[in-house]
Design a protein around this ligand. Sequence first.
Ligand SMILES: NC(=O)c1ccc[n+]([C@@H]2O[C@H](COP(=O)([O-])OP(=O)(O)OC[C@H]3O[C@@H](n4cnc5c(N)ncnc54)[C@H](O)[C@@H]3O)[C@@H](O)[C@H]2O)c1
Length: 478
Amino acid sequence: MTLLAKIQERSAVVAVIGLGYAGLPLAVAFAEAGFSVLGVDVDGGRVAALDHGESHIQDVSPDRLRRLVHEGRFRATTDYAALGGADTITICVPTPVGQGHLPNLSYIEQAVDGLAPHLRHEQLVVLESTTYPGTTEEVIQPRLQAGGLRVGRDFYLGFAPERIDPGATSSPGYTLATVPKLVAGATPHCRERVVALYATIVRTVVPVSTLKTAEMAKLVENAFRMVNIGFANEVALMCDQLGTDVWEVIDAAATKPYGFLAHYPGPGLGGHCIPVDPYYLVWKLKTVDFPARFIELAGEINRSMPAFVVSRVATALERRGGTLRGANVLVLGATYKRDVADTRESPSLDVLALLLEGGAQVSYHDPFVPALTIPLRAGSAALATTSAGVAGHDGWGLPGRDLPAAGNGAVAAEDGEAEHRLSCVDLPRGLDAADCVVVCTDHTTYDWGDIAARARLVVDTRNALRHVPQPRAEVVKL
Ligand SMILES: NC(=O)c1ccc[n+]([C@@H]2O[C@H](COP(=O)([O-])OP(=O)(O)OC[C@H]3O[C@@H](n4cnc5c(N)ncnc54)[C@H](O)[C@@H]3O)[C@@H](O)[C@H]2O)c1
Protein backbone atom coordinates (compact mmCIF):
# COMPACT_ATOMS: atom_id res chain seq x y z
CA MET A 1 0.00 0.00 0.00
CA THR A 2 1.31 3.49 -0.80
CA LEU A 3 2.06 6.02 1.93
CA LEU A 4 -0.75 8.27 0.69
CA ALA A 5 -3.26 5.42 0.98
CA LYS A 6 -2.00 4.49 4.45
CA ILE A 7 -2.40 8.12 5.60
CA GLN A 8 -5.88 8.37 4.15
CA GLU A 9 -6.95 5.10 5.78
CA ARG A 10 -5.24 6.02 9.07
CA SER A 11 -3.29 2.76 8.92
CA ALA A 12 0.05 4.59 8.76
CA VAL A 13 2.25 4.39 11.86
CA VAL A 14 3.03 7.98 12.82
CA ALA A 15 6.17 8.74 14.83
CA VAL A 16 7.12 11.92 16.67
CA ILE A 17 10.70 12.54 17.83
CA GLY A 18 10.87 14.85 20.87
CA LEU A 19 7.88 14.68 23.24
CA GLY A 20 7.89 18.17 24.75
CA TYR A 21 5.63 21.21 24.49
CA ALA A 22 5.38 20.88 20.70
CA GLY A 23 5.79 17.12 20.16
CA LEU A 24 3.46 15.63 22.77
CA PRO A 25 0.30 17.56 21.79
CA LEU A 26 1.06 16.67 18.15
CA ALA A 27 1.50 12.97 18.94
CA VAL A 28 -1.77 13.01 20.90
CA ALA A 29 -3.58 14.74 18.02
CA PHE A 30 -2.41 12.06 15.56
CA ALA A 31 -3.43 9.29 17.98
CA GLU A 32 -6.86 10.87 18.46
CA ALA A 33 -7.21 11.09 14.66
CA GLY A 34 -6.97 7.29 14.56
CA PHE A 35 -3.29 6.63 13.89
CA SER A 36 -1.05 4.32 15.81
CA VAL A 37 1.54 6.72 17.25
CA LEU A 38 5.10 6.09 18.37
CA GLY A 39 6.86 8.75 20.42
CA VAL A 40 10.67 8.76 20.59
CA ASP A 41 12.54 10.77 23.21
CA VAL A 42 16.03 10.60 24.71
CA ASP A 43 14.69 11.30 28.20
CA GLY A 44 14.11 7.83 29.67
CA GLY A 45 12.21 9.15 32.69
CA ARG A 46 9.85 11.12 30.47
CA VAL A 47 9.31 8.12 28.19
CA ALA A 48 8.50 5.83 31.15
CA ALA A 49 6.03 8.34 32.56
CA LEU A 50 4.33 8.87 29.19
CA ASP A 51 4.02 5.13 28.70
CA HIS A 52 2.06 5.06 31.95
CA GLY A 53 -0.17 7.86 30.71
CA GLU A 54 1.46 10.54 32.89
CA SER A 55 1.60 13.84 31.02
CA HIS A 56 4.14 16.57 31.84
CA ILE A 57 2.47 19.02 29.46
CA GLN A 58 -0.31 21.21 30.81
CA ASP A 59 -2.23 21.18 27.50
CA VAL A 60 -2.38 17.34 27.44
CA SER A 61 -4.46 16.06 30.34
CA PRO A 62 -3.43 12.74 31.96
CA ASP A 63 -6.95 11.40 31.24
CA ARG A 64 -6.54 12.00 27.51
CA LEU A 65 -3.12 10.40 27.44
CA ARG A 66 -4.08 7.42 29.61
CA ARG A 67 -6.98 6.58 27.31
CA LEU A 68 -4.68 6.59 24.25
CA VAL A 69 -2.06 4.44 26.01
CA HIS A 70 -4.77 2.06 27.22
CA GLU A 71 -6.22 1.74 23.69
CA GLY A 72 -2.74 1.03 22.32
CA ARG A 73 -2.78 4.17 20.15
CA PHE A 74 0.24 5.79 21.77
CA ARG A 75 3.48 4.36 23.05
CA ALA A 76 6.80 5.99 23.82
CA THR A 77 10.33 4.67 23.54
CA THR A 78 13.95 5.78 23.70
CA ASP A 79 14.85 3.28 20.96
CA TYR A 80 15.44 4.90 17.57
CA ALA A 81 15.38 1.46 15.91
CA ALA A 82 11.61 1.45 16.43
CA LEU A 83 11.43 4.18 13.76
CA GLY A 84 12.05 1.52 11.12
CA GLY A 85 8.40 0.52 11.62
CA ALA A 86 7.06 4.06 11.22
CA ASP A 87 5.59 5.49 8.01
CA THR A 88 5.89 9.16 8.96
CA ILE A 89 8.39 10.73 11.34
CA THR A 90 8.00 14.28 12.65
CA ILE A 91 10.93 15.91 14.45
CA CYS A 92 10.07 18.25 17.36
CA VAL A 93 13.37 18.60 19.21
CA PRO A 94 14.66 21.83 20.80
CA THR A 95 16.42 24.54 18.81
CA PRO A 96 17.98 26.79 21.46
CA VAL A 97 20.63 29.43 21.01
CA GLY A 98 24.07 29.18 22.62
CA GLN A 99 26.64 31.80 23.62
CA GLY A 100 26.28 34.99 21.56
CA HIS A 101 22.79 33.94 20.40
CA LEU A 102 24.28 31.41 17.97
CA PRO A 103 21.93 28.65 16.68
CA ASN A 104 22.38 25.26 18.30
CA LEU A 105 21.32 22.62 15.80
CA SER A 106 22.85 19.75 17.77
CA TYR A 107 19.43 18.36 18.83
CA ILE A 108 18.23 18.27 15.21
CA GLU A 109 21.50 16.71 14.08
CA GLN A 110 21.34 14.05 16.81
CA ALA A 111 17.72 13.24 15.95
CA VAL A 112 18.46 12.96 12.22
CA ASP A 113 21.61 10.89 12.81
CA GLY A 114 19.59 8.60 15.09
CA LEU A 115 16.91 8.21 12.45
CA ALA A 116 19.12 7.89 9.33
CA PRO A 117 20.17 4.21 9.83
CA HIS A 118 16.48 3.23 10.02
CA LEU A 119 15.26 5.28 7.05
CA ARG A 120 13.52 3.16 4.43
CA HIS A 121 11.52 3.49 1.19
CA GLU A 122 8.19 5.38 1.29
CA GLN A 123 8.86 7.04 4.66
CA LEU A 124 8.02 10.71 5.20
CA VAL A 125 10.25 12.84 7.45
CA VAL A 126 8.95 16.24 8.56
CA LEU A 127 10.80 18.85 10.62
CA GLU A 128 8.64 20.96 12.96
CA SER A 129 11.39 22.55 15.05
CA THR A 130 11.85 26.27 14.42
CA THR A 131 15.12 26.95 12.61
CA TYR A 132 16.88 29.13 10.05
CA PRO A 133 15.95 29.05 6.35
CA GLY A 134 17.92 26.31 4.64
CA THR A 135 18.13 23.84 7.55
CA THR A 136 15.88 21.13 6.07
CA GLU A 137 17.60 21.17 2.71
CA GLU A 138 21.19 21.87 3.79
CA VAL A 139 21.46 20.00 7.12
CA ILE A 140 18.79 17.28 7.16
CA GLN A 141 18.56 16.17 3.52
CA PRO A 142 22.26 15.30 3.05
CA ARG A 143 22.33 13.33 6.32
CA LEU A 144 19.26 11.31 5.30
CA GLN A 145 20.56 10.74 1.76
CA ALA A 146 23.99 9.55 2.97
CA GLY A 147 22.75 5.92 3.03
CA GLY A 148 21.88 6.03 -0.67
CA LEU A 149 18.12 6.73 -0.60
CA ARG A 150 17.02 9.76 -2.68
CA VAL A 151 14.55 12.38 -1.52
CA GLY A 152 11.35 12.59 -3.60
CA ARG A 153 12.07 9.21 -5.16
CA ASP A 154 12.72 6.82 -2.26
CA PHE A 155 11.61 8.84 0.75
CA TYR A 156 9.87 12.16 1.37
CA LEU A 157 11.00 15.24 3.29
CA GLY A 158 9.10 18.31 4.48
CA PHE A 159 8.95 21.22 6.90
CA ALA A 160 5.81 22.12 8.88
CA PRO A 161 6.47 24.73 11.57
CA GLU A 162 4.81 24.41 14.95
CA ARG A 163 2.45 27.27 15.83
CA ILE A 164 1.17 26.03 19.18
CA ASP A 165 0.04 28.68 21.68
CA PRO A 166 0.82 27.17 25.09
CA GLY A 167 -1.93 27.86 27.61
CA ALA A 168 -3.85 29.51 24.72
CA THR A 169 -4.93 32.36 26.99
CA SER A 170 -3.91 35.09 24.58
CA SER A 171 -5.87 33.43 21.79
CA PRO A 172 -8.72 31.36 23.21
CA GLY A 173 -10.15 28.96 20.69
CA TYR A 174 -6.91 28.63 18.71
CA THR A 175 -6.03 24.98 18.98
CA LEU A 176 -3.78 22.62 17.06
CA ALA A 177 -6.78 21.75 14.87
CA THR A 178 -7.95 25.31 14.18
CA VAL A 179 -4.66 27.16 13.61
CA PRO A 180 -3.80 26.86 9.90
CA LYS A 181 -0.71 24.75 9.27
CA LEU A 182 2.05 25.91 6.93
CA VAL A 183 3.68 23.01 5.08
CA ALA A 184 6.35 22.59 2.43
CA GLY A 185 8.11 19.70 0.75
CA ALA A 186 11.52 19.10 -0.79
CA THR A 187 9.68 18.14 -4.04
CA PRO A 188 6.04 18.34 -5.17
CA HIS A 189 5.62 14.64 -4.25
CA CYS A 190 6.98 15.34 -0.78
CA ARG A 191 4.67 18.32 -0.34
CA GLU A 192 1.63 16.28 -1.38
CA ARG A 193 2.36 13.77 1.37
CA VAL A 194 2.99 16.41 4.05
CA VAL A 195 -0.33 18.05 3.12
CA ALA A 196 -2.11 14.67 3.35
CA LEU A 197 -0.60 13.91 6.77
CA TYR A 198 -1.50 17.24 8.37
CA ALA A 199 -4.95 17.37 6.78
CA THR A 200 -5.86 14.51 9.14
CA ILE A 201 -5.45 16.71 12.24
CA VAL A 202 -5.67 20.35 11.06
CA ARG A 203 -8.67 22.03 9.40
CA THR A 204 -6.64 24.27 7.09
CA VAL A 205 -3.33 23.21 5.59
CA VAL A 206 -1.44 25.96 3.74
CA PRO A 207 1.15 24.58 1.31
CA VAL A 208 3.95 26.95 0.28
CA SER A 209 6.31 26.57 -2.64
CA THR A 210 9.65 25.84 -0.93
CA LEU A 211 11.06 24.57 2.35
CA LYS A 212 12.90 27.88 2.80
CA THR A 213 9.62 29.83 2.45
CA ALA A 214 8.04 27.87 5.31
CA GLU A 215 11.18 28.14 7.46
CA MET A 216 11.37 31.89 6.83
CA ALA A 217 7.63 32.44 7.41
CA LYS A 218 7.85 30.86 10.87
CA LEU A 219 10.79 33.09 11.82
CA VAL A 220 9.02 36.17 10.46
CA GLU A 221 5.99 35.36 12.66
CA ASN A 222 8.19 35.16 15.75
CA ALA A 223 10.33 38.17 14.81
CA PHE A 224 7.14 40.20 14.19
CA ARG A 225 6.09 39.52 17.76
CA MET A 226 9.53 40.15 19.22
CA VAL A 227 9.93 43.46 17.37
CA ASN A 228 6.42 44.69 18.21
CA ILE A 229 6.81 43.81 21.90
CA GLY A 230 10.19 45.56 21.75
CA PHE A 231 8.46 48.66 20.36
CA ALA A 232 5.73 48.48 23.05
CA ASN A 233 8.48 48.26 25.68
CA GLU A 234 10.24 51.26 24.15
CA VAL A 235 6.94 53.15 24.16
CA ALA A 236 6.76 52.39 27.91
CA LEU A 237 10.24 53.94 28.33
CA MET A 238 9.19 56.94 26.21
CA CYS A 239 5.99 57.42 28.26
CA ASP A 240 8.07 57.28 31.43
CA GLN A 241 10.23 60.13 30.09
CA LEU A 242 7.20 62.17 29.04
CA GLY A 243 5.03 61.47 32.09
CA THR A 244 2.18 59.67 30.30
CA ASP A 245 0.49 56.34 31.03
CA VAL A 246 1.67 53.78 28.44
CA TRP A 247 -1.38 51.56 28.97
CA GLU A 248 -3.81 54.38 28.28
CA VAL A 249 -1.74 55.47 25.28
CA ILE A 250 -1.77 52.00 23.69
CA ASP A 251 -5.45 51.43 24.40
CA ALA A 252 -6.22 54.83 22.88
CA ALA A 253 -4.21 54.04 19.75
CA ALA A 254 -5.93 50.65 19.51
CA THR A 255 -9.32 52.30 19.01
CA LYS A 256 -8.18 52.96 15.43
CA PRO A 257 -10.04 50.22 13.55
CA TYR A 258 -7.33 49.61 10.95
CA GLY A 259 -3.57 49.82 10.60
CA PHE A 260 -2.75 49.36 14.30
CA LEU A 261 -2.17 46.08 16.15
CA ALA A 262 -1.91 46.51 19.91
CA HIS A 263 1.10 45.01 21.67
CA TYR A 264 1.76 45.67 25.34
CA PRO A 265 4.88 46.25 27.41
CA GLY A 266 5.97 44.06 30.31
CA PRO A 267 8.96 43.07 32.43
CA GLY A 268 10.80 41.71 29.38
CA LEU A 269 10.32 38.91 26.91
CA GLY A 270 10.26 35.21 27.74
CA GLY A 271 9.55 31.69 26.58
CA HIS A 272 11.39 29.18 24.49
CA CYS A 273 10.47 30.82 21.16
CA ILE A 274 9.99 34.59 20.80
CA PRO A 275 13.23 35.79 22.47
CA VAL A 276 15.24 32.95 20.87
CA ASP A 277 14.07 32.04 17.36
CA PRO A 278 14.64 35.43 15.68
CA TYR A 279 18.37 34.99 16.37
CA TYR A 280 18.35 32.04 13.98
CA LEU A 281 17.44 34.54 11.29
CA VAL A 282 20.04 37.05 12.54
CA TRP A 283 22.72 34.35 12.29
CA LYS A 284 21.66 33.19 8.82
CA LEU A 285 21.70 36.76 7.54
CA LYS A 286 25.16 37.34 9.02
CA THR A 287 26.41 34.56 6.69
CA VAL A 288 25.46 36.86 3.79
CA ASP A 289 26.68 40.04 5.54
CA PHE A 290 23.19 41.41 6.11
CA PRO A 291 22.49 42.94 9.56
CA ALA A 292 18.97 42.16 10.92
CA ARG A 293 18.73 45.51 12.67
CA PHE A 294 15.12 45.50 13.91
CA ILE A 295 15.60 42.13 15.64
CA GLU A 296 18.88 43.15 17.29
CA LEU A 297 17.40 46.44 18.54
CA ALA A 298 14.19 44.83 19.83
CA GLY A 299 16.28 42.21 21.64
CA GLU A 300 18.33 44.96 23.29
CA ILE A 301 15.25 46.86 24.47
CA ASN A 302 13.46 43.73 25.70
CA ARG A 303 16.52 42.63 27.66
CA SER A 304 16.75 46.06 29.32
CA MET A 305 13.23 45.85 30.79
CA PRO A 306 13.99 43.86 33.97
CA ALA A 307 16.50 46.54 34.99
CA PHE A 308 13.89 49.23 34.30
CA VAL A 309 11.39 47.38 36.49
CA VAL A 310 13.90 47.11 39.35
CA SER A 311 14.73 50.81 39.02
CA ARG A 312 10.98 51.47 39.39
CA VAL A 313 10.96 49.39 42.58
CA ALA A 314 14.01 51.22 43.99
CA THR A 315 12.56 54.66 43.21
CA ALA A 316 9.18 53.81 44.71
CA LEU A 317 10.80 52.48 47.89
CA GLU A 318 13.01 55.58 48.18
CA ARG A 319 10.01 57.87 47.74
CA ARG A 320 8.49 56.13 50.75
CA GLY A 321 11.65 56.66 52.82
CA GLY A 322 13.17 53.19 52.28
CA THR A 323 15.87 51.65 50.13
CA LEU A 324 16.04 48.61 47.87
CA ARG A 325 18.85 47.22 49.99
CA GLY A 326 17.23 45.34 52.83
CA ALA A 327 13.67 45.84 51.55
CA ASN A 328 11.34 42.84 51.56
CA VAL A 329 10.26 42.43 47.91
CA LEU A 330 7.70 39.82 46.77
CA VAL A 331 7.58 38.96 43.05
CA LEU A 332 4.24 37.61 41.79
CA GLY A 333 4.59 35.26 38.81
CA ALA A 334 7.75 33.41 37.79
CA THR A 335 6.59 32.02 34.45
CA TYR A 336 7.11 33.90 31.20
CA LYS A 337 3.42 34.00 30.40
CA ARG A 338 0.05 33.97 32.13
CA ASP A 339 -1.34 30.55 33.12
CA VAL A 340 1.54 28.44 31.78
CA ALA A 341 3.97 26.44 33.93
CA ASP A 342 7.01 27.38 31.84
CA THR A 343 9.85 29.51 33.28
CA ARG A 344 12.16 29.22 30.24
CA GLU A 345 13.74 32.63 29.47
CA SER A 346 11.25 34.19 31.89
CA PRO A 347 12.02 37.87 32.62
CA SER A 348 10.77 37.26 36.18
CA LEU A 349 14.04 35.41 36.81
CA ASP A 350 16.03 38.45 35.67
CA VAL A 351 13.91 40.72 37.86
CA LEU A 352 14.52 38.41 40.84
CA ALA A 353 18.27 38.27 40.12
CA LEU A 354 18.53 42.07 39.86
CA LEU A 355 16.54 42.55 43.08
CA LEU A 356 18.91 40.16 44.84
CA GLU A 357 21.90 41.94 43.37
CA GLY A 358 20.45 45.22 44.66
CA GLY A 359 20.45 43.80 48.18
CA ALA A 360 16.69 43.18 48.57
CA GLN A 361 15.28 40.33 50.67
CA VAL A 362 13.47 38.54 47.87
CA SER A 363 10.59 36.07 47.81
CA TYR A 364 8.22 34.96 45.06
CA HIS A 365 4.84 33.38 44.55
CA ASP A 366 3.64 31.47 41.50
CA PRO A 367 0.83 28.89 41.52
CA PHE A 368 2.67 26.93 38.81
CA VAL A 369 6.21 27.01 40.22
CA PRO A 370 6.95 25.41 43.61
CA ALA A 371 10.69 26.23 43.58
CA LEU A 372 13.16 28.28 41.56
CA THR A 373 16.91 28.50 41.02
CA ILE A 374 18.13 31.92 39.98
CA PRO A 375 21.61 32.29 38.48
CA LEU A 376 23.57 35.21 39.95
CA ARG A 377 26.53 37.09 38.54
CA ALA A 378 29.75 36.67 40.46
CA GLY A 379 30.37 39.63 42.78
CA SER A 380 26.73 40.65 43.00
CA ALA A 381 25.45 42.31 46.18
CA ALA A 382 23.17 39.32 46.73
CA LEU A 383 26.19 37.22 47.56
CA ALA A 384 27.01 39.44 50.50
CA THR A 385 23.45 39.83 51.78
CA THR A 386 22.01 36.32 51.55
CA SER A 387 24.62 34.21 53.23
CA ALA A 388 22.16 32.40 55.52
CA GLY A 389 22.03 29.22 53.47
CA VAL A 390 25.63 29.21 52.32
CA ALA A 391 28.01 26.50 53.40
CA GLY A 392 31.35 28.02 54.48
CA HIS A 393 30.64 31.45 52.94
CA ASP A 394 34.10 32.90 52.39
CA GLY A 395 34.05 33.70 48.71
CA TRP A 396 32.44 32.53 45.50
CA GLY A 397 33.25 30.32 42.64
CA LEU A 398 34.58 27.60 44.93
CA PRO A 399 33.47 24.23 43.62
CA GLY A 400 32.90 21.14 45.72
CA ARG A 401 30.98 22.80 48.58
CA ASP A 402 28.31 21.05 50.67
CA LEU A 403 25.29 22.78 49.27
CA PRO A 404 21.94 22.98 51.02
CA ALA A 405 19.57 20.64 49.17
CA ALA A 406 16.56 22.94 49.36
CA GLY A 407 15.21 26.07 50.97
CA ASN A 408 15.86 29.72 50.39
CA GLY A 409 19.37 31.05 50.07
CA ALA A 410 22.39 31.65 47.92
CA VAL A 411 24.60 28.72 47.01
CA ALA A 412 27.72 28.18 44.95
CA ALA A 413 26.93 25.86 42.05
CA GLU A 414 29.18 23.07 40.82
CA ASP A 415 30.51 25.07 37.88
CA GLY A 416 31.66 27.91 40.12
CA GLU A 417 28.72 30.17 39.22
CA ALA A 418 26.54 31.37 42.07
CA GLU A 419 22.84 30.76 42.23
CA HIS A 420 20.00 31.50 44.60
CA ARG A 421 17.31 28.97 45.45
CA LEU A 422 13.84 30.06 46.45
CA SER A 423 10.67 28.22 47.37
CA CYS A 424 7.24 29.63 46.56
CA VAL A 425 5.89 31.51 49.60
CA ASP A 426 2.41 31.44 51.09
CA LEU A 427 0.66 34.30 49.27
CA PRO A 428 -1.24 36.04 52.11
CA ARG A 429 1.81 35.87 54.40
CA GLY A 430 4.11 37.06 51.60
CA LEU A 431 1.83 39.99 50.83
CA ASP A 432 1.60 40.99 54.50
CA ALA A 433 5.39 40.92 54.89
CA ALA A 434 6.33 42.70 51.64
CA ASP A 435 7.55 46.31 51.52
CA CYS A 436 6.94 46.07 47.77
CA VAL A 437 5.07 43.57 45.54
CA VAL A 438 6.18 43.30 41.90
CA VAL A 439 3.61 41.86 39.48
CA CYS A 440 5.58 40.10 36.76
CA THR A 441 3.03 37.55 35.49
CA ASP A 442 -0.73 38.16 35.59
CA HIS A 443 -2.01 34.62 36.21
CA THR A 444 -5.81 34.54 36.08
CA THR A 445 -6.00 32.82 39.49
CA TYR A 446 -4.71 35.92 41.26
CA ASP A 447 -7.32 37.97 43.14
CA TRP A 448 -6.08 41.46 42.33
CA GLY A 449 -8.56 43.11 44.69
CA ASP A 450 -7.19 41.08 47.59
CA ILE A 451 -3.60 41.75 46.53
CA ALA A 452 -4.27 45.49 46.34
CA ALA A 453 -5.96 45.37 49.76
CA ARG A 454 -3.11 43.53 51.55
CA ALA A 455 -0.05 45.05 49.88
CA ARG A 456 1.46 48.43 50.75
CA LEU A 457 3.23 49.13 47.46
CA VAL A 458 2.74 47.34 44.12
CA VAL A 459 4.90 47.77 41.02
CA ASP A 460 2.58 46.43 38.32
CA THR A 461 4.38 45.52 35.07
CA ARG A 462 1.22 44.03 33.47
CA ASN A 463 -1.43 46.62 34.38
CA ALA A 464 -3.04 43.73 36.24
CA LEU A 465 -4.63 45.98 38.87
CA ARG A 466 -6.40 48.18 36.33
CA HIS A 467 -9.86 47.05 37.39
CA VAL A 468 -9.31 47.40 41.14
CA PRO A 469 -11.24 50.46 42.34
CA GLN A 470 -9.36 52.58 44.90
CA PRO A 471 -6.63 50.10 45.85
CA ARG A 472 -5.31 50.46 49.39
CA ALA A 473 -1.80 49.86 48.09
CA GLU A 474 0.17 52.51 46.22
CA VAL A 475 0.26 51.17 42.66
CA VAL A 476 3.17 52.07 40.37
CA LYS A 477 2.57 51.09 36.74
CA LEU A 478 5.24 50.41 34.15
N1 LIG B 1 6.99 25.33 23.07
C1 LIG B 1 6.33 26.02 22.17
O1 LIG B 1 5.36 26.68 22.48
C2 LIG B 1 6.74 25.99 20.72
C3 LIG B 1 5.96 26.67 19.78
C4 LIG B 1 6.33 26.66 18.45
C5 LIG B 1 7.50 26.02 18.07
N2 LIG B 1 8.28 25.37 19.00
C6 LIG B 1 9.49 24.71 18.54
O2 LIG B 1 9.36 23.31 18.71
C7 LIG B 1 10.64 22.75 18.97
C8 LIG B 1 10.57 21.93 20.24
O3 LIG B 1 10.32 22.79 21.32
P1 LIG B 1 9.61 22.31 22.66
O4 LIG B 1 9.13 23.53 23.35
O5 LIG B 1 8.64 21.22 22.37
O6 LIG B 1 10.88 21.69 23.43
P2 LIG B 1 10.84 20.79 24.76
O7 LIG B 1 12.13 21.04 25.44
O8 LIG B 1 9.57 21.01 25.50
O9 LIG B 1 10.80 19.30 24.22
C9 LIG B 1 11.80 18.74 23.44
C10 LIG B 1 11.84 17.25 23.69
O10 LIG B 1 12.81 16.70 22.79
C11 LIG B 1 13.56 15.72 23.49
N3 LIG B 1 14.82 15.53 22.78
C12 LIG B 1 15.93 16.30 22.77
N4 LIG B 1 16.83 15.80 21.94
C13 LIG B 1 16.31 14.67 21.41
C14 LIG B 1 16.76 13.71 20.48
N5 LIG B 1 17.97 13.82 19.91
N6 LIG B 1 15.96 12.68 20.20
C15 LIG B 1 14.74 12.55 20.77
N7 LIG B 1 14.24 13.44 21.64
C16 LIG B 1 15.02 14.49 21.95
C17 LIG B 1 13.68 16.27 24.89
O11 LIG B 1 13.99 15.25 25.83
C18 LIG B 1 12.27 16.85 25.09
O12 LIG B 1 11.38 15.90 25.62
C19 LIG B 1 11.62 23.92 19.05
O13 LIG B 1 12.24 24.11 17.81
C20 LIG B 1 10.71 25.08 19.35
O14 LIG B 1 11.28 26.30 18.90
C21 LIG B 1 7.91 25.33 20.31
